[in-house]
Design a protein around this ligand. Sequence first.
Ligand code: FAD
Length: 636
Amino acid sequence: MAMNTYRAGEYDVIVIGAGHAGCEAALAAARMGCRTLVLTISLDNIALMPCNPAVGGPAKGHLVREIDALGGEMAINTDKAAIQMRMLNTGKGPAVRALRAQADKKRYQMYMKHTLETQPGLDIKQAMVERLLVEGERIKGVVTHTGAIFEARAVVVTTGTYLRGRIIIGDVTYQGGPNGQYASINLSHSLRELGFELGRFKTGTPARIDRRSVDFSKMIIQPGDERPLAFSFMTDPVPKPQVPCWLTYTTEETHRIIRENLHRSPLYTGIIEGIGPRYCPSIEDKVVRFADKERHQVFIEPEGLDTEEMYVQGMSTSLPEDVQIAMLRTIPGLERVKIMRPAYAIEYDYIVPTQLKPTLETKTIRGLFTAGQINGTSGYEEAAAQGIIAGINAALYVKEKEPFVLTRAEAYIGVLIDDLVTKGTNEPYRMLTSRAEYRLLLRQDNADLRLTEKGYQIGLVTEERYRKMLAKKKMIEEEMERLASVTVTPREEVQEALRRLGTAELRQSMPLLDLLRRPEIRYDDLFTIMPGLERFSLPEEVVEQIEIQVKYDGYIKKQLAQVERFQKLEQRQIPPDFDYDAIKGLSTEGRQKLKQIRPTSVGQASRISGVSPADISLLLVALEQRRREKGEEGAR
Ligand SMILES: Cc1cc2nc3c(=O)[nH]c(=O)nc-3n(C[C@H](O)[C@H](O)[C@H](O)COP(=O)(O)OP(=O)(O)OC[C@H]3O[C@@H](n4cnc5c(N)ncnc54)[C@H](O)[C@@H]3O)c2cc1C
């Protein structure tokens, strides 16, 4: 660390790290008019994808769409760098349908770096931040490894898997970040010195292999969707050449080699201390935990168009390199495989997220925000989602405006952050559709209708994006009104058309909209049933909305009723200085947890593990008493 320091500049917002969280945070703050600086260890590793070359999938795809709807960059960048797109779960309900893209990693980085470089009001500098500067209870700035002091009213820390990063391959361990980068050691100490509680997590990645050494004739091709698809609501999907992935399987022989070398696995020798993601287990974990399974899926995924490197999805491990080669060569198609980069595990520090407010500002230092893997999550999408929220709130903090919080009923981003700051996490947190209780409302197809207005209100969403969403909304509403106003009568030609569609004949006249509720009938069929009906050329996404809103109307109404009940408790705010010691009868664990988390609403209090319904009733009574005594406003 530099001995001499010098004042190097002053900004509104400083973002530490240009990973998936940092890029969104920096762009959001700059696009909202703040003078913003990004400091990152290496400019050549901006938006690095150290793990799988994929974006999206169930729940993660929802996050990407929500980031886009708010005016973020990940979706647009993915559309530019995508080399394969697939819509997953098309056979299931709209709540779990999700887009997944294979991205060209180098192109993803290149486009994101250039977007940062061309963003007005944003400076980017290569530097390692060593220390946070705090004055009283407010952030003041940062110090870099060269002694440069940059000052700002808000700082967003998005250091990912780098904080005291430790690389582990068998019994070989060394300090480092992903892809041979430096680890970020002193900043971790600086956070501890400021009183933050840090935990230790780990994650792992599989080997990268040489395409020329793979025999694809022994694998099953996994092509992309022919139908052009896009993540961003601003991208017009155009047909693009799709690069396939390949499916193969582990064998009994693979499992035997792994079992015989478990004594050399750092997971089982205790070299690894950090807790790993349950939903992204290493291959040795899978072989041990699912011992009855004869084989595990292995997907060979291209890392890009201009590289021979391929990613071995499903074979994440920290076993010694010689074991890695032996086990890979037992897999059909990989008999003569060559490893270009060995698999490894990385351990890193994360900040215990219950120390954060729903705005991702820290509770103890004003103006200091954290986002991404540093908050205990795992995944590019989870990181980017937190990044945009932290960037927005850093900008609003600097502008002394109302903070921006999304609830569990409004967005997957709201579910993600509420889970983190209310419940914490004891393993790397990955977003799943099952975590969202209102998932039928939080679909990937309606993220713009849910969030773009909010993004526009805070000054992040462009006029063009806002107008596009309004036009879509208007088309949906007008066409649904039209279909509701057109009556279909049980005339013979109608009955004939219904018979051909394999659905029941009409007994009496009904609005055309009601006919569309039938599962057998699609929007296009309406023009067969009523040939005279004028057909407007509506965009596919408008038709999709009409079909979903009509066919799931009943379920959507039921979920909206649940949301109404949820919001009642959510709107019951708890004053920041509320004295829980004054409430008689609270359970010991409940009181301790409420004092530790300091929830902002009764709704959030009810989700804290250890706080019982009885505690919530006592809290509601105490809040009402206080409101009367102090004549405070606030929801009854
Ligand atoms: C080996 C490995 C395996 C993974 N496996 C999976 C997986 O299986 N599934 C999954 O969903 N996700 C996985 N991930 C996680 C995924 O990569 C991260 O979730 C995602 O990259 C987190 O984004 P982030 O922005 O929080 O941090 P990162 O993308 O890690 O970016 C952090 C940024 O901060 C910068 N930085 C760090 N410290 C400093 C400092 N002191 N000063 C300046 N800059 C600094 C770094 O240079 C970097 O640009 C894996 C990651 C790794 C490394």
